[in-house]
Design a protein around this ligand. Structure first.
Ligand code: BEZ
Ligand code: FE
Length: 280
């Protein structure tokens, strides 16, 4: 291949990959180098800009901790997480669409009884969430685990405020019976800014973008024999539906919140989830 030169840069770098390298590793590495070199040539990247990028990525890594994953946040605001989600979740017609997982999931939330209240801090407007877990033929899914989480009325998840909010505030798991019905109380979620005091916040600022997500309830639904569904329902009418900073909104996931004012509950969000079978 000869020594490095601008015109053949990509071919020269990829030409060094060994013969016995795993074919998927080769495919990914070659494509990455191809696009990275094309990108630098496209914008005629300067040395100074390269140094800025290295410093930016260094700061992104340095702010990461067990509680904070700035690289995922970066992927989210670049629409990359939603793209990977779309590529990985091509579902059969009728199945409920997926959306971004987000950084605030906590495994092993308490298993609660149907109808229980997940809001433990007494804040916010009480809301009933209910619906059915169905398969694509419309039959109820028995034994589905409906794992839910949301922010509190101040726009923070419990893990963001461990000294302020009760542990497991606005979280819980519900297991469906033979009717496939789920039912729980919580609060009407509110829109909130993603953590914007680090490199991702600086990027949003420099691009003239806001850091807000429209109000949503998170769901992860699993059942034996079915594909795991990671999704949200969004609150209809929210100001940020058209400009979610992580591009998570899908029309089919917008839920109408009905005002009911009954049994201490102010709102009702009814939503059926349709699971795809494994291999479907
Ligand atoms: C969330 O909805 O919890 C979330 C998703 C992506 C980035 C930040 C937060
Ligand atoms: Fe969220």
């Amino acid at each position: 291949m000869g020594y490095f030169n601008e015109a053949l840069s990509e071919k020269i770098v990829n030409g060094r990959i060994g013969n016995s390298v795993d074919s998927r590793v080769r495919e990914i590495a070659e494509s990455l180098v191809r696009h990275l070199h094309a990108f630098a040539k496209d914008v005629s990247l300067t040395q100074q800009e390269w140094e800025y990028a290295i410093d930016y990525l260094t700061r992104t890594g340095q702010i990461c901790s067990n509680e904070r994953q700035e690289f995922i946040l970066l992927s989210d605001v670049l629409g990359f997480s939603m793209l990977v989600d779309a590529l990985s979740n091509r579902l059969p017609p009728g199945a409920t669409e997926s959306t971004v997982f987000g950084p605030f999931y906590v495994a092993n939330a308490p298993i609660r009884e149907m109808g229980d209240n997940i809001s433990l801090d007494g804040k916010g407007e009480a809301c009933l969430f209910s619906g059915r877990i169905l398969d694509t033929a419309g039959c109820p899914v028995v034994g589905a685990c409906v794992d839910v989480w949301s922010d509190n009325a101040d726009g923070f998840y419990d893990v963001q405020q461990p000294d302020i909010q009760p542990k497991w505030n606005n979280r819980g798991r519900f297991i469906t019976a033979s009717d496939g019905i789920y039912r729980f109380r919580g609060i009407k979620p509110v829109s909130y800014p993603i953590p914007d005091d680090g490199p991702v916040g600086q990027l949003l600022e420099s691009l003239g973008r806001h850091p807000y997500r429209p109000a949503h309830m998170h769901y992860m639904i699993t059942a034996p024999g079915y594909r795991r569904l990671v999704t949200h329902t969004f609150v209809s009418g929210d100001d940020y539906l058209d400009s979610d900073t992580v591009f998570g909104v899908k029309e089919s996931l917008i839920s109408r919140y009905k005002k009911v004012s009954r049994d201490g509950v102010i709102w009702h969000s009814e939503f059926d989830f349709i699971l795809a079978r494994e291999g479907e």
